[in-house]
Structures are given as C-alpha cells and as structure tokens.
Design a protein around this ligand. Structure first.
Ligand SMILES: Cc1cc2nc3c(=O)[nH]c(=O)nc-3n(C[C@H](O)[C@H](O)[C@H](O)COP(=O)(O)OP(=O)(O)OC[C@H]3O[C@@H](n4cnc5c(N)ncnc54)[C@H](O)[C@@H]3O)c2cc1C
Length: 564
C-alpha cells in the first residue's frame, strides 16, 4: 500500500509550492498526470503581482492598494479577508522565489522589475521577460528535487477515498502500467489546475479540462462560482494562443479596422489596461458591430515599442507570432480576439485552503478561496498559487502531524473496486458514441451559448444540449483495453468531467440573474447586489447540480460602481 502523511495531486506551481511547505514537517508526495515541468503553469507569460514598489511610477504602492484593486477588479465578489491575506503575503512569497534563484528581470538598480497590468493602480507585476510561469515552475521544481520529495509522475487520479466524514487519499491510474492504485494519506491537497479548455476557443492547453474539480464535486464538496469564466482579451487569431497582457503593459495599442484606439470609448482613463472583463467585452463589441478586420479580429499593435523593447521584454511573444501567425510584431500588428482563459470558480475552500471535507485541501486554479470573485486581475493567479500553495501545504502538514495514520483496509478496497468497475463499464460499452465527438460538441456549445454575452434563452438551450450529451455519454463505444499509456481511457475520464462541468457552469450562469464581472446577462444587464452579492455553490446530485448560495465576506470595502 502506498501511504504518505500528505499527498498533493498536481505538480504545477500551486502543488509544488504546497509540497515544499508540507515536506518541512511531514512525509509528502506529489502525484501528477504529466512531468511537473509540463504543468500548465509553464505557459504563464506576463508576471506575478506583489506591491514591492520597485517601479519608478509605483513608489507608494502598498499591499492595501493591491487588495483594493483586486476587490474592485473582482466586481466585489471576492472574499475581502482572503484578498487581504493574499496581497499581504505577496511580497514575502515573491522574495522567497527571488532567494531560491528565480530569473526575474531587473531594474537598473538590480531590483525585481515590475510592469503595469490591467486594473492595477501601479506597476506591480513582477516578471521574467515573458516567461514568468516557466521560471517560477523551474524554481519550485528545483526546490522540490533538492528536498527529495516523492513524486508519482504520470499517475492520473480518478477519485478520492472518503468515508462519510473525511478524505483518506486517492485512487489513481498508473498511466505507464494501466494499474489502478490506492494512495492513502492523512491529508490530501488538490492542485489540479483550471478548466478553460472546456471552451473551443481557449488559451489553455488540452490537459486543462477541470477533471480535478469534478473529483472533489463527486465526493460531495461543492464547486463555487463556476459561472465566472475569464475571457482573455488577446488570444492570437484564429487559434487562441495567448498574447500576454504584458504586451499592453509595455505600451501596446488595441486598434480596430477604422484605425481607432477604440478603448477610448469604453475605459477612457485606463484604456488598454482596464481589467480583462472590460477589455474583452470591448473587443467583442467592436467585432459584433462591424468595426473589426474580416468581421473577426482587431489588432494589437506593438510596432511603436521598437525592436529593442520587443526583443528584451517580449521575446516569447515575437516567437509565438513568427511560428503561429507567420508575422513579426516588430513590423506588423498582431490579429487578436478574446479567448477563454481562466476559471475564477473552483473547489469551495476557506482562506486556510480547507474544503468542507475533513482532510481535504485545495490550492491554485482548481480552488476557489475566493480571491478573484467575478473577474481576476492579470498577475494575481500565479500569486494565488504561491500564496495559497504555501498556506495549503502548511495547514495540511499541521493537520497530518496531529492525526493518526490508520488505514481502513475495507474502505480502500471498496474505493478501488468502485473505480475498477467504472473502468470495466467503459471498456465493455456496447454503444457507438465517440467520446472525442462529445468533447468537441460540448466545447462548441459553451463557446457559442455560454460565452462572454449570455441570455436566459441561450443558457436554457445550452443546458438542454449539454444534458443530451451526458445522456449520449452513457452509450459510448467500447474504450480501449490496453494497459500501457491508454490515453483513450484517460481522455474518456476527461470528457466525462467536461460534460459534468459544462452542466455546472451553465446551470450556475442561468441562475445568476445579473451581470457581474465576467458574467454578462443581456437580459439582466445590471449588477444586483441586493440579490446576488453572494457565491454560488453547486452540489453534486445524481440528476445534476443542486445550487445554493453563501455570503461574500466584506471587511472594509463597500461595493461601488466600477469605473476605469
Ligand atoms: C497561456 C497562459 C498564460 C498565463 N499567464 C499568467 C500570468 O502571466 N500571470 C498570472 O498570474 N497567471 C497567468 N495565467 C494563469 C496561471 O498560469 C494559472 O492559473 C496557474 O499557473 C495554474 O497553476 P496550478 O498550479 O493551479 O495548475 P497547473 O500548473 O495547471 O498544474 C496542474 C497540475 O495538476 C495535475 N493534474 C491535473 N489533473 C490531474 C489528475 N486527475 N491526476 C493527477 N494529476 C493531475 C497536472 O499534471 C499538473 O501538474 C496564465 C494562464 C495561461 C493559460
């Protein structure tokens, strides 16, 4: 039997940061479906926020100002105690990475360089050119290797082992051998990343299917605020590859087919550096109202920044443009349109990262603490990972240290048996439905009907269509029985999770009859604090999600109109 004090599902930034913290106290292991350095964190480009006050125009920045920007950016749905905790811990957490040797870019004085990002009053986004995620991930991986933290690479977790009261570990498929294995622990941390690949136009890689969220959901833990999906303003046209907000932070312009810097109409003060929900909607409006190129995209123009700045601050963006669009941003503007990017919602947990199931914790993009509310500010997600990864690791280790390790053999065997039956049922299917076809359909439905602008009619139609897809999932063709690297099986688990999440996202969006942050209802265009200043909680039932609500924590910032 594989047994540890703390296990962490996820080898991305949140998971590895948690592992470093937990391993200082107790025996810790990380389980990851891919090599940790292939986790999606490596794709993060623009930077990580902390009020270091290093930039010339940001000398009077403070964690309190960072907290206010975060809460205003969230359209007042963030829990303010959590946002204050995150922004207070931000400087120490970034310095920790600096001391571990993370390759941050530098100011002329040798301090960590900071650039302006959307919705922020000061330049507070610390960066390593446009490869910040990669550098943070390399740093934290190196630290985990140094500490000899046990890793289960290429293990795909399918469910939690739970009794009525608590979480006792996980069941995983060893992808290399096909074997189903229980890994038990006194505390389990989920750090499985986001779900924005459930949309067909997305900046995410194809492992971001949100399957970790549904693992918690099916064990009875609610998913919080899942209707809030962030659309990043600048996905490369047509494939959606991200062009970092750092490009606008460095001074890039958004221009329509009439040659106008159209943000003047929507956010005259902040212009291109308004928060993402506002910039994305503005771009989509330009497209919908006929002021876009080929009725499909607008331009992100970097040419005026000059070769030197582009080569030193945005070399990765230039490479992406050369490789995927066949153009050099030093000479030509970049065609862009919004793309699904980030899941503000996730596994319900408190600022100690505790989920409402004893022994279970969550951190990073799969979790909803909630610090991002209805709209995340750029640069706050990597921060969320390092702050709440550290918190989750510390809290889980403390809990594990005080708990006794008693393995309930019959519970483990019954959990294993349940997962074995699940696999066998998929492999002995007698239907004809193709899982990847259901996957492609659900991604399209979400993009077309649960996108940036939503309506009751579209959402009801989407819910009907998603439920039909779930029905069709019960009539799958037989899934491959191969043992070694059976990706057909893994993909089918993912499709099941995507269908489940699509239903949760749509049902939560239908029930929220207001517009707030990234959730815009054309039939309810105003924010409605009286009825909806609250978190949505989606609970598992065998017939679909059951919704209820919880209060938002307000400390000192009363909700006000957002103007930029
Ligand atoms: C292109 C792009 C650029 C971005 N740029 C920025 C930026 O500049 N600044 C910023 O703040 N944010 C940025 N973000 C957001 C940020 O990068 C992510 O939110 C963050 O990196 C998520 O980290 P994580 O540790 O939660 O998850 P990930 O890094 O996605 O890691 C998830 C881990 O979970 C594992 N896993 C998942 N499911 C299972 C399973 N069932 N069994 C076993 N293992 C599993 C995976 O193997 C992986 O190791 C960007 C996002 C994208 C898509």
């Amino acid at each position: 039997m594989l047994e540890h004090d703390v296990i962490i599902v996820g080898g991305g930034l949140a998971g590895l940061r948690a592992a470093i913290e937990a391993s200082a106290l107790v025996d810790t292991a990380v389980i990851s479906r891919v090599h940790p350095l292939r986790s999606h964190t490596k794709a993060a480009q623009g930077g990580i926020n902390a009020a270091l006050a290093n930039a010339e125009k940001g000398r009077d920045d403070t964690p309190e100002k960072h907290a206010f920007d975060t809460i205003k950016g969230s359209d007042f749905l963030a829990d303010q105690d959590a946002a204050e905790l995150m922004t207070r811990m931000a400087p120490e957490c970034v310095f920790e990475f600096d001391h571990w040797g993370c390759a941050f870019s530098r100011t002329d004085e040798g301090k960590i360089a900071q650039r302006p990002f959307g919705g922020a009053g000061y330049p507070r986004t610390c960066y390593g050119s446009d490869r910040t995620g990669l550098y943070l991930l390399q740093t934290v991986y190196e630290q985990s290797v140094k500490r000899n933290i046990k890793e289960y690479q290429e293990y795909f977790v399918t469910s939690l082992i739970t009794d009525d009261l608590s979480c006792k570990g996980v069941i995983a498929i060893n992808i290399k051998t096909g074997e189903l294995v229980p890994i038990t622990a006194k505390a389990t941390i989920l750090a499985t990343g986001g779900a924005a690949w459930t949309y067909s136009i997305s900046t995410n890689s194809m492992i971001n299917t949100g399957n970790g969220m549904t693992i918690a959901y099916r064990a009875g833990v609610p998913l919080k605020d899942m209707e809030f999906i962030q659309f990043h303003p600048t996905g490369l046209y047509p494939n959606g590859i991200l062009i970092t907000e750092g490009a606008r932070g460095e001074g890039g312009y958004l221009v329509n087919a009439k040659g106008e810097r159209f943000m003047e109409r929507y956010a005259p003060k902040a212009m291109e550096l308004a928060p993402r929900d506002i910039v994305s909607r503005s771009i989509q409006k330009e497209i919908d109202e006929g002021r876009a190129f080929e009725n499909a995209y607008v331009h992100l123009d970097l040419r005026h920044l000059g070769r030197e700045k582009i080569m030193s601050r945005l070399p990765g963006i230039r490479e992406i443009c050369l490789l995927f669009a066949g153009l050099d941003p030093i000479e030509k503007p970049i065609p862009i349109r919004p793309a699904a990017h980030y899941t503000m919602g996730g596994i319900d947990c408190n600022p100690d990262c505790e989920a409402p199931l004893k022994g279970l914790y969550a951190a990073g993009e799969c979790a909803c603490v909630s610090v991002h509310g209805a709209n995340r500010l750029g640069g706050n997600s990597l921060l969320d990972c390092v702050v709440f990864g550290k918190v989750a690791g510390g809290k889980a280790a403390k809990f594990a240290k005080s708990a006794t390790r008693e393995t309930d053999e019959s519970l483990v065997q019954s959990s294993l048996g349940r997962e074995q039956k699940r696999v066998e049922a998929l492999q002995s299917g007698s239907g004809t439905e193709e899982p990847t076809a259901l996957r492609d359909d659900v991604r399209l439905i979400l993009t077309q009907k649960v996108g940036m602008f939503r309506s009751g009619t579209d959402l009801e139609e989407a819910l009907k269509q998603v439920r039909k897809l779930r029905e069709r999932f019960s009539r799958l063709r037989p899934i491959d029985v191969d043992k070694v690297f059976n990706l057909d099986l893994i993909r089918t688990f993912e499709v099941e999770a995507m269908l489940e999440l699509a239903e949760i996202i749509t049902a939560s969006a239908l029930a929220r009859k207001e517009s707030r942050g990234a959730h815009v209802r054309l039939d309810f265009p105003q924010r409605d604090d009286e009825h909806f200043l609250k978190h949505t909680l989606a609970h598992y039932t065998p017939t679909g999600p059951k919704l209820d609500y919880s209060n938002v924590k307000i400390t000192r910032y009363q909700p006000e109109a957002r103007k930029y």
